[in-house]
Design a protein around this ligand. Structure first.
Ligand code: ZN
Length: 133
């Protein structure tokens, strides 16, 4: 396993890029709207991993609620694994609380699924299965 990305909630990607790109020197290589999750995402490679900036596209986006409550910041950690579906079965059998019982399509067409923070030491954990080239 490795860290695929760190998801960071922000009211405005453009504003956030002033820090991550202009000040820190990272590069935004991919911007995309994920309709299903009501977010716009920007991906900035950082070593073997990436920073994923998340901007809500509507008031009922989960990211809107997170920003309302906490004012932005680290939203989730995403670990890259071989097979999301198989991992979900294992975690379910271990009694973990899953947000997604089966994988869905995330940014860049990856298969993703979220584990509830109540089962993951207070951290919203995303499992990511990268598309095979
Ligand atoms: Zn993510």
């Amino acid at each position: 396993m490795k860290i695929n990305h760190l998801g960071i909630a922000t009211k405005s990607i453009d504003e956030a890029l002033r820090f991550w790109e202009d000040a820190l020197g990272l590069e935004n290589v991919h911007t995309e709207t994920v309709e299903d999750q009501k977010v716009r995402v920007a991906m900035l490679p950082l070593g073997e991993s990436r920073i994923e900036l998340l901007e809500p596209t509507s008031d009922d986006s989960p990211i809107s609620k997170f920003i309302e409550k906490r004012g932005g910041g680290i939203h989730h950690i995403a670990v890259e694994i071989e097979d999301v579906e198989a991992s979900l079965k294992i975690l379910k059998n271990k009694g973990l609380r899953l947000i997604d019982e089966s994988p869905r399509i995330g940014a860049e067409g990856c298969l993703v699924a979220f584990i509830h923070p109540s089962s993951a030491n207070g951290v919203l954990l995303e499992l990511v299965q990268s598309k095979k080239d």
